[in-house]
Write a protein that binds this ligand. Structure first.
Ligand code: GCO
Ligand code: MG
Length: 392
């Protein structure tokens, strides 16, 4: 079964998505997500100019060897562009293999370890009444775990709040640190002790500030505190860990197992945030999560809207088959996106399931995709109140 055709499809139904479609000489095809938010066309060029020519004529069954060829064979290792491109090839080959076997992909990864995947949804508000409404709305949709983001008095809307869609945000860590514990206190007294609550700091604090926040939030029993410091400084987590038992989640911007080496071995985190899409595909993320499992660290895969339905489906198949699954972030896509990508995964009573169709269970309607050309878009940036560029 040889790879006969490789198409890179760029479409922007509700936002930009990059999808690799591989087709074999016996007519089977597979999909892989290669979407890198705000830098989409760099991955498109990497795939079209450098990767696709290497794939034509290769045995579609040799997933591991192809992974090694694209990783080691390039000499220049790691990095988000390279690893998103490798992820797309890897995912598409797993999709093909599972379709050839006539099985949903999770069967090839070892079979189901659970009935469904606990998902968390996003709630946010500028103030408490707005936040409470948003939590109630997520709960009505079935979510059993909720990420809570809040506006900060004195600042314009900040990351994670619905009205924050702007090119430049404004940030002040002191105001945030003062305000956030009172938000969780109010949410706990309104919604009780049982509901799992999460929060994303989005890389904005120094290690000592993060330590203080983790400690201040302990009474509210968070499921996790995410990206409390910029993730590339792995050592910073030691200081945070010394001061707090609030569980920590890190890694949505990581792309290889090497990024996790120290924080996993030293048990500085509790959840691995990597997505299949950004971390070299199913093959490599599985490797990271097997390493993490030795330390009772679990998965908490990134599932923003900029991971396409193909990337989401890949996450669900892997999550169902992993023993150390923790939780899955789930941000439903818009109606136009769901028309372009027909999906078979389900969300019932707060649990996701990848479905029972062969392969990933997602098909791409290329004609529908063609209606929505690429639209250049950037992520926002974040500035301190004096104008200094800060982490977004
Ligand atoms: C999350 C993330 C996202 C990212 C986005 C960047 O936890 O869901 O932090 O909101 O900011 O995916 O492309
Ligand atoms: Mg995040």
């Amino acid at each position: 079964m040889l790879i006969d055709r490789a198409e890179v499809v760029v479409t922007s139904p509700d936002r930009n998505f990059v999808t690799l479609k591989l087709t074999t000489d016996d007519g089977l095809s597979g999909l892989g997500d290669a979407t890198l938010n705000g830098r989409e066309m760099a991955v498109v060029a990497y795939l079209r100019d450098h990767v696709v020519p290497m794939l034509i004529g290769r045995d579609a069954h040799r997933i591991e060897d192809t992974w090694q060829l694209l990783y080691r064979g390039a000499y220049w290792r790691r990095g988000p562009v390279t690893m998103a491109a490798i992820a797309a090839v890897d995912t598409a080959l797993w999709d093909i293999k599972a379709r050839a076997a006539g099985m949903p992909l999770y069967q090839l990864l070892g079979g189901a370890c659970r009935d469904g995947l606990l998902a968390y949804g996003h709630a946010s508000g500028q103030d408490l009444p707005e936040l409470f409404d948003s939590i109630r709305e997520r709960r009505a949709l079935g979510f059993r775990a909720i990420r809570v983001q809040s506006g900060v008095p004195g600042l314009p809307p900040v990351y994670g709040t619905a009205s924050a869609a702007r090119d430049v945000e404004v940030w002040d860590s002191r105001s945030y640190l003062r305000h956030l514990p009172s938000v969780f206190e109010a949410v706990r007294s309104e919604f009780g002790p049982q509901l799992p609550l999460l929060h994303d700091v989005h890389h904005r604090l120094t290690p000592i500030q993060a330590a203080r926040l983790g400690k201040a939030l302990e009474p509210y029993d968070l499921f996790w505190l995410e990206d409390c410091t910029p993730a590339e400084n792995q050592e910073a987590l030691r200081l945070v860990r010394q001061h707090t038992t609030t569980p920590l989640a890190i890694g949505e911007v990581f792309n290889t197992v090497w990024d996790y080496q120290q924080i996993v071995r030293e048990q500085l985190i509790d959840y691995v945030r990597s997505a299949v899409t950004h971390t070299g595909g199913i093959t490599h993320l599985r490797r990271i999560l097997d390493f993490a499992a030795q330390y009772q660290i679990r998965s908490g895969m990134h599932g923003p809207q900029d991971v396409s339905p193909v990337g989401m489906a890949a996450a669900l198949h892997l999550g169902l088959a992993l023993h150390n699954f923790g939780i899955q972030e789930y941000n439903p896509h818009g109606a136009r996106t769901d028309e372009v990508f027909r999906q078979s995964f389900t969300f019932t009573d707060g649990l996701l399931h990848p479905g029972s169709e062969p392969g990933l269970g997602v098909s791409l309607d290329v004609d529908e995709a063609g209606k929505y050309p690429y639209a250049r878009a950037y992520l926002p940036v974040n500035r301190l109140t004096d104008g200094t560029l800060h982490d977004w």
